[in-house]
Design a protein around this ligand. Structure first.
Ligand code: PRP
Ligand code: URA
Length: 209
């Protein structure tokens, strides 16, 4: 069974509270999301493999550690996932960024795919899917399906706020994918929104309705 890691550092909890407030505008919402993404990224990348390399300090030649293997792949689920990219690439500037475009049909709540562009050699990369919201789980499951179809073998899912229903659904279909969340909220409402949640993440990031 995959792991669910709740990254509940006090700074993350504080910033998430500000994001949840209905009075927080898009500028602050985006900045807070970037800050939390960096803090979550620190935990998500904790187990990256290292290798030794020879370097020369001003004093001596020595061996020191660097990240081993292929560059990480970051994959935001469009649109709202875009709000988490800056935080991750600030931490890992060499990461490759792919995009999967999905939106939830408002009637059926089922994800509809409209775009996909991924880095090469994804079978050799650790791929990190980012999306602020994990509600029914449909979008995350579809994004993981796409990555696996293209060959990805090592996938992590990072969400800001998750509903218990969405976590259970992702684990049911993809029990090899660890899920990192800042908060597991109470439930979904009848319209598929997370309660208490923070509303429509994409609209709040981009100032749309
Ligand atoms: C939101 C969110 C997730 C999805 C979560 O996107 O960013 O992708 O809903 O819901 P689910 O777990 O029930 O699939 P939305 O479809 O609103 O599209 P947007 O990012 O373009 O606003
Ligand atoms: N998508 C959002 O943006 N918010 C929710 O609460 C559920 C899905």
């Amino acid at each position: 069974m995959s792991k669910v890691i709740v990254t509940d550092h006090p700074l993350i909890q504080h910033k998430l509270t500000l994001m949840r407030k209905v009075t927080t505008g898009s500028k602050d919402f985006r900045e807070l999301l970037t800050e939390i993404s960096m803090l979550m990224g620190y935990e998500v990348t904790r187990n990256l493999p290292l290798e030794e390399t020879e370097i020369e300090t001003p004093i001596v030649k020595t061996k020191s550690k660097v990240i081993a293997g292929k560059k990480l792949g970051i994959v935001p689920i469009l649109r709202a996932g875009l709000g988490m990219v800056e935080g991750f690439v600030t931490l890992v500037p060499s990461a490759r960024v792919g995009h999967v475009g999905l939106y939830r049909d408002p009637e059926t709540l089922k994800p509809v795919e409209y775009y996909c562009k991924l880095p090469q050699d994804i079978e050799e990369r650790e791929m990190i899917i980012v999306d602020p919201m994990l509600a029914t789980g449909g979008s995350a499951i579809a994004a993981i399906d796409v990555l696996k179809e293209k060959g990805a073998k090592n996938i992590k899912l990072v969400n800001l706020v998750a509903a218990p229903e969405g976590i259970a659904e992702v684990q049911k279909y993809h029990n090899d994918v660890d899920i990192y969340v800042a908060s597991i909220d109470e439930k979904l409402n009848d319209h598929g929104y997370i309660v208490p949640g923070l509303g429509d993440a994409g609209d709040r990031i981009f100032g749309t309705k």
